[in-house]
Write a protein that binds this ligand. Sequence first.
Ligand code: NAP
Ligand code: MG
Length: 398
Amino acid sequence: MEKIKMATPIVEMDGDEMTRILWKMIKDYLLDPYIELNTEYYDLGLKHRNETNDQVTVDSANAVKKYKVAVKCATITPNAARVEEYDLKEMWKSPNGTIRAILDGTVFRAPIVVKGIEPCVKNWKKPITIARHAYGDVYKGSEMKIPGAGKVELVYTAEDGTQMKELVHNFTGAGIVQGMHNVNASIESFARSCFSYALDTKQNLWFATKDTISKKYDHTFKDVFQEIYDAEYEEKFKVAGIEYFYTLIDDAVARVMKSEGGFIWACKNYDGDVMSDMVSSAFGSLAMMTSVLVSPEGYYEYEAAHGTVQRHYYKHLKGEETSTNSVATIFAWSGALRKRGELDENKELMEFADKLEQSTIRTIEEGYMTKDLAVITTIENPTVLNSEEFIKAIAERL
Ligand code: NAP
Ligand code: MG
């Protein structure tokens, strides 16, 4: 068989621990035999990030601006223990945070739906994709404990010195207060990323806030979305046969539970934090969640939603067998290859991405899976495979 060719590279960001081991196996068994892989390789493994003073992370993000498509392996976000373990010069920042800051994107998370791994919510038939706004609100808030009686005000001082004031509360005793903000530019990119991703995946887009209570703050989110939709996307949505739907957050939650899925749910920062964990655990497993960072300019970075699976890696280092689920990492590759195919009009590459996903799903549906799925599946007597056997079982079907 002649291997599939790629005219333009994708940016490949290698990572850490168990997912780095899976990364190599995926390339060896599932990609290299079929594709003349054309990637620009960046080693985001912690050792190399430390050697380059984290420059490699910045370089890899800038490469995404050039090639538009990236695939990323899970990486360690250093904490005190990692500084010691890897003898780090500094506690380097989260690579995902660095990349997101450079590309200004929104993260979309969606479960991989497979027969035999049934969602807890029985009417959910199709994936629900959560888009979480990743800037501001309580995550950049300032807080105070109020010791006793007194007045709290919001004060805005313009560059020319003029002021606006708003009373928060006249305290008669002790209490607490919080100030938070967002910026229109960030809300606008969030909106554009959501509208483009909805068009890209031909799914309806839902957005919800509490604008009836928060008449300026949340209402601005609602208005920004509506203005951008009316000016830039309404026609495109009509042509694609999809819709944009705004409602109140509590109404949205009720409708989500009653829905059959198959849409994108755009959430403010806090709502996205909370709801993405609810949706992903209800769908079954963190190891079955995909994640893609979409920038408002249309750059795409695909990855798995889970981390480096440290506990399994330590077992692997001791020579013990692991049964680590590679599905989300495989789907990161298929997502990136399909997008590359779309942008380059490379039909063979797009078809390969479909086949890779179908083979992966078939493997599980035929009862061959890793341990994490075997304990939750409704399939009787599943065959539990180790990390490598599972990838080989997919390769056989591929
Ligand atoms: P984790 O790697 O997501 O793993 C947590 C636990 O979830 C595992 O111990 C395992 O449970 C289960 N699990 C997750 N993925 C699995 C898979 N593919 N197959 C089977 N089981 C899976 O989270 P963590 O252990 O808290 O974090 C490890 C490192 O990952 C940290 O250094 C963190 O900074 C990093 N991280 C990176 C990213 C990213 O790059 N996007 C995201 C999150 C965390 P059992 O042990 O019970 O089998
Ligand atoms: Mg969270």
